[in-house]
Design a binder for this molecule. Sequence first.
Ligand SMILES: O=C(O)C1=C[C@@H](OP(=O)(O)O)[C@@H](O)[C@H](O)C1
Ligand SMILES: C=C(OP(=O)(O)O)C(=O)O
Length: 420
Amino acid sequence: MGTDAIKLTHPSKLLSGTVALTGSKSESNRALIIQALGGDHVNIANLSSADDTITLHGALEAAAVTAASAEAPTTIDVGPAGTAMRFLTAYLAITPGNFLLTGSERMKQRPIGILVDALRTLGAGVQYAGAPGYPPLAIRGGFDQQTDTVRVQGNVSSQYLSALLLVAPALPRGLSLQIEGELTSRPYLTMTLDMLSEAGIHHEWQGDVIHIAPQKAQPCTITVEPDWSAASYWYAMVALADEANLFLPNLKRSSLQGDTAIVDIMSHFGVASSFERGGLRIQKVAGNMPESVPLLDFKECPDLAQTVVVCAAALRRNASFTGLHTLRIKETDRIAALQKELGKFGATLIEDGAVYHLQTEGVYHAEHLVIDTYEDHRMAMAFAPLGMVFPQVQINEPDVVGKSYPDFWKHLKQQGFVIS
Ligand SMILES: O=C(O)C1=C[C@@H](OP(=O)(O)O)[C@@H](O)[C@H](O)C1
Ligand SMILES: C=C(OP(=O)(O)O)C(=O)O
């Protein structure tokens, strides 16, 4: 049984010391698929402790012991793990066996038709076991490949493309993936290709087409970097503290993760970053902040949006954002969730076509703020830094953080938050 709610406050408003973040769930989940297809000579170091990674690990183990001839399907439930759902759809489609791939109620509302269509074009046996276009999926794994060419829409979720690219080297005819329309969350696609390269898998990317020939992974150790999305919450806490100087070990400027964008974004909110030997130091800059915040685009780093929007609201900085189009199909409708919760302390997020305007004139000092989290880890973690500026912040269903950052509350306590 999880905890219903916690209350947080930060008496000293000072932050100092070291926070050791867990490994990136995005990198970990790619590494697990590469290992499952590549065999024992693919090693992984610093695998994430995130629930989503543990879920995918367990699912791959279950698939490995499924008899190819089994008539009754093996049910694999990924709960709320989006990358696990998308990566497993492609992985199970090429793995002999009979599978029912399902997830949480929210997962059944997160679209997957673009990926299923692409797999069917290749010849895969993937059927909808519920509503067309959505999980659960009935998968007859293993198929005769009909073609090596698929066209996939790139503007809904990059996870569909990553899922196909991860299995591409194991397809007998390889894969030519033609990306249609504007590509969203691009750094996650390049992360996939870079991690395949780490395992010795070559690709060619020309124009809108990525080609991967059939090939085997080479012996390698994939070292998962700390999670930059998790780092973003510490940036927000530093921005809201009276004084702060934190060291985050093993974070490097050149990362596979596009969420390094937080370094530049937070420079507009009074946080200075310096890359030192062995990690990253983030410090609160004393004095006035830059006058205005430029238009911030989250198309390449959607997971940072909640962190930054909430932090800006708490600092009473009006700002405008774009690239939020994928937020409505994530763990929750993140736009609606943000609008509702920001309203609880007087901030408004107004949609204006593709741009959203944050208005903070009405922000007031809420005595007892109660934040709902909508089964979304990032709602909990984006609003928790408000404990730095409001006397008491209650976070409902705080266990959601386990999805990507299980030690989040423990780390907050170590940094002086009083949590009851
Ligand atoms: O491939 C990945 O690891 C991810 C891609 C992104 O999703 P979309 O491509 O759906 O935007 C991101 O939001 C998600 O947290 C992780
Ligand atoms: C969108 C996210 O995850 P997923 O799509 O993997 O559920 C996330 O972690 O913010």
